[in-house]
Design a protein around this ligand. Structure first.
Ligand code: CP
Length: 308
């Protein structure tokens, strides 16, 4: 088996196309493992991993923990809300205290963009970025591309539209990098106020008409509005946003072709996507969640092999 070109997973921006293919091939193996009656392998019995979460999470935190346990790693979980961070302890002090308990790898979610990069330069451990503010969410983009590959056979040449709050979305940025690295065509669609200025400089095209964007694409990745990152109002009302940028079953059924619907979660049912779309045959939302475990097993396994 090959090895990754990086020691940490800080963002898709730092990966090569060959890294993504290696992660996918390794995930194929682990997906087979987690579908066996005994879902565990002894690969990382000598590795200890800390999951350090400074921001809320359901999918990512549970998926990393499960991936680590399936690989037989020792796991400790840290949540900032119940920690001495509340007493003023700094990020580096917090992580160095965790590392002094002989931890090999830190999986971190943090509200500040670049927090993982900062940590990787200041502590001795392999760092995995589980989402840093509005910057990157690399394992989400990897599991998204892996799910497209599983559903459509390949990512190269596919038309993918990312719809919604592109401005505040780490999922959007990581997906743009990952999809382009694999040769997909990427469009972004949303209100002008939620599209970054000069977004075309990332090599994507812009469409503000949702129907046109959906008729162009093979896959639509629907994002939620990142209300926790909005300091001002970016659109008049949620109802108006839904009318212009929400996908409902009538719209989906009226398109020229059958498209694949994705969503990184958490879903705001009835805002960016209606329940009958989220739960339809065209939706692969729960496949994304399932694939997240295999992808995270692959990432941790490949990074751990660089520690030993
Ligand atoms: N997709 C995602 O990152 O979900 P969580 O915030 O629940 O981890």
């Amino acid at each position: 088996m090959g090895e990754l070109s990086v020691k940490h997973l800080l963002g898709i921006k730092y990966l090569k196309e060959s890294d993504i293919q290696l992660i996918f091939e390794t995930a194929d193996h682990f997906k087979e493992v987690i579908n066996r009656s005994i879902k565990k392998v002894p690969s990382l019995r000598d590795i200890t991993i800390a999951n350090v979460f400074f921001e809320n999470s359901t999918r990512t935190r549970l998926s990393f923990e499960l991936a680590e346990k399936r690989l037989s790693a020792d796991v400790i979980n840290f949540s900032a809300a119940q920690s001495s961070v509340k007493k003023g302890e700094t990020l580096i002090d917090t992580v160095n205290n965790i590392l002094s308990m002989k931890v090999d790898m830190v999986v971190m979610r943090h509200p500040n963009p670049g927090a993982g990069i900062f940590l990787s330069k200041n502590v001795k451990a392999s760092i995995v970025n589980a989402g840093d503010g509005a910057h990157e969410h690399p394992t989400q983009a990897l599991l998204d591309s892996y799910s497209i590959r599983e559903k459509l056979g390949d990512v190269a040449g596919k038309n993918v539209v990312i719809v919604g709050d592109i401005l505040h979305s780490r999922v959007a940025l990581s997906n743009i990098f990952a999809l382009q690295l694999q040769g997909a065509n990427v469009k972004v669609c949303g209100p002008k106020t939620l599209l970054p200025k000069h977004v075309e400089s990332l090599g994507v095209t812009v469409e503000t008409n949702l129907r046109k964007a959906l008729n162009w694409c093979d896959v639509a990745n629907m994002l939620r509005i990142q209300n926790e990152r909005l300091d001002i109002s970016y659109f008049p009302t949620t109802r108006e946003y839904t009318q212009q940028f929400g996908v409902n079953k009538a719209l989906l059924d009226s398109l020229d072709k059958e498209i694949v619907i994705m969503h990184p979660g958490p879903i705001n049912r009835g805002v960016e996507i209606t329940s009958d779309v989220a739960d339809s045959k065209q939706s692969i939302i729960l496949n994304q969640v399932e694939n997240g475990v295999a992808i995270r097993m692959a990432v941790i396994y490949l990074l751990a092999s660089k520690i030993k």
